[in-house]
Design a binder for this molecule. Structure first.
Ligand SMILES: [Zn+2]
Length: 253
């Protein structure tokens, strides 16, 4: 229903980078955002569970500590320049190997074609009654087995290369994590977060999420903060706080 002539109140939609990104870890409702102005005049943004039709005990979390937690996560999964280059070199090698392996897939297909022709000739011979049924059955069985073999090899060959693209993507985006951790742009942080994980939750003012497998691995092996390649040796640099970012499917706290 359209209401003509009635000027709509121009509702300014405030942009909150992480609104509806998280669900509450206690009740599962979505996490919304609000802006508040303190008596001092300082504006701050906080995120909280909507607690819609439910009893929930979760407190709000300010945007600042939320962002810091995300930065820690990004630093955990990040690859620095050196590691990126190292992995890319590895990737290049594997890629070349896969490329040179291609002619063999071509050979396999040729071989398969030859066998199929052979099968046709065999059938002809049988229909012409130049071979006995017994001979035919025996030969046919052999051909069918070779065909199965070849098809398996072809299938395996294709599968063998499938990991190459995701591997490269992981290298590049894990390197991008350094940037995501350092940027002031919260939208960028959110989109990177969504790239590396899913099932984002807030519980007890802590972020939890499920990382995609390659990022899980790099987080496990994280050598943070060494990987960040920071120039200063600032002692205030936070190390990975135990329990600050529970990874895995469910919050661990
Ligand atoms: Zn809740």
């Amino acid at each position: 229903m359209e209401q003509r002539g009635k000027p709509r109140k121009a509702k300014v939609k405030l942009a909150f980078a992480f609104r509806k990104t998280f669900n509450c870890g206690e009740c599962g409702r979505s996490v919304t955002a609000e802006k508040k102005i303190k008596k001092s005049g300082r504006t701050y943004t906080y995120y909280r569970c909507t607690k819609k039709n439910v009893i929930c005990h979760q407190k709000y979390l300010e945007e600042q500590p939320l962002t810091e937690q995300l930065n820690q996560l990004f630093q955990k999964v990040a690859l620095n320049d050196d590691l990126k280059d190292k992995f890319l070199r590895e990737w290049q090698k594997d890629y070349k190997k896969a490329q040179t392996a291609k002619p063999s897939a071509k050979n396999l297909k040729q071989e398969l074609k030859t066998i199929e022709e052979k099968q046709m000739r065999l059938l002809d011979a049988y229909l012409d009654q130049t071979i006995s049924e017994e001979e035919y059955t025996k030969a046919k069985e052999k051909i069918i087995n070779s065909k199965i073999d070849l098809k398996e090899k072809l299938k395996f060959g294709r599968k063998g290369n499938n990991w190459l693209e995701p591997f490269k993507e992981w290298i590049l985006s894990a390197h991008q994590a350094v940037r995501a951790a350092n940027t002031e742009n919260l939208e960028e942080k959110r989109s990177f977060l969504q790239k590396i994980g899913s099932n984002f939750q807030l519980r007890r003012q802590k972020v939890a999420c499920r990382l995609e497998i390659p990022y899980q691995k790099s987080a496990e092996k994280s050598q943070y903060p060494r990987w960040l390649g920071r120039r200063d040796s600032n002692p205030r640099m936070p190390g990975p706080k135990p329990g600050a970012l529970p990874l895995g499917h469910a919050p661990l706290m």
